[in-house]
Write a protein that binds this ligand. Sequence first.
Ligand code: SAM
Ligand code: FES
Length: 349
Amino acid sequence: MTERVSRLINGLAQTRRLILEEYQELIDSRNPETAQALAERAVAERKNIYGNAVYVRGLIEISNICKNDCLYCGIRRGNPHCDRYRLTPKQIMECVEEGYGLGFRTFVLQGGEDPHFTDEVLCGLVHDIKCRHPDCAVTLSMGERSRDSYQRLREAGADRYLLRHETADRAHYGRLHPPEMSFDDRMRCLQELRELGYQVGCGFMVGSPYQTSATLAKDLKFVEEFKPDMCGIGPFVPHKDTPFRDCPAGTVELTCFLLSIIRLIYPPVLLPATTALGTIHPEGRELGILAGANVVMPNLSPVATRKKYELYDNKICTGEESAQCKDCLSARMRSVGYEIVTDRGDVKK
Ligand code: SAM
Ligand code: FES
């Protein structure tokens, strides 16, 4: 490792920040040795705060109907081959009950921007889950909504909200989304969620089309400034029925490198080892944990709909029962020296 890179890593670990050009340089000059050095420091930081605990979140994919047309996404409205579904409140509550029995204390309701899920419908669901299980956290990941809507959902009991910023570079954002979607709207939503008292998650895909080390440096700067409670980063994986079908997938190597940097930028951050990471490598999620991640999200959706929530090709965990999925992840985490913890797993700031 050059003295220069070693100085960048030390500087990052001590001050929790770099300037844009330094982030870019760190990314461009990466090699197995620098990745190892960053991962060791990231793991030490995480151990300090979270020990060897890995938090689980029960993911319920409530609808694959979406009014948006993000160019990368398999459930975009422009994909006529997507077999659409929407879970009923009864089905969603069944998933919650099953998850509760398995020990889950956080439920993530995720879906496309499906107009059926009005404030009334979603607030009803959040309220029901919190009434039945006051010891649980409810996380929503339902895309962009109005401030008023976020406020109602918060008042109904939602604790956390995941909304990836996707890229912190305005021009790059424009190349990943149709013209009617805007970078400013996305940023506004994230600010409003924070103001309303949610624990907020941002994030981005690694290796998305047109991404460069310069756009990634902006993502890292955004994370440094926003200090998200959660940060979802996983590789871009192409979907056969999208305009990006022929684009290459992101790599495990760069994803893990960035996970380590993000842990060093903001040590308390809750950082998932994503399903997408497990999709591009058989031990992707274990490698994510070893790079500094500390969250996994087993799938609690009904087996019959899992394949239909196909954001990208070859998504894993689509044939497993919820209990199998959780047991599988517990075993995987144990194999690398970590223990799954089933409490709410709030951020420890
Ligand atoms: N509609 C909500 C939203 O937009 O936040 C939640 C669902 S959306 C499908 C969840 C995330 O999936 C997106 O933020 C995006 O980063 C990720 N995603 C979509 N297509 C992907 C792909 N082809 N490869 C990897 N991740 C993808
Ligand atoms: Fe879902 Fe392994 S994590 S089956």
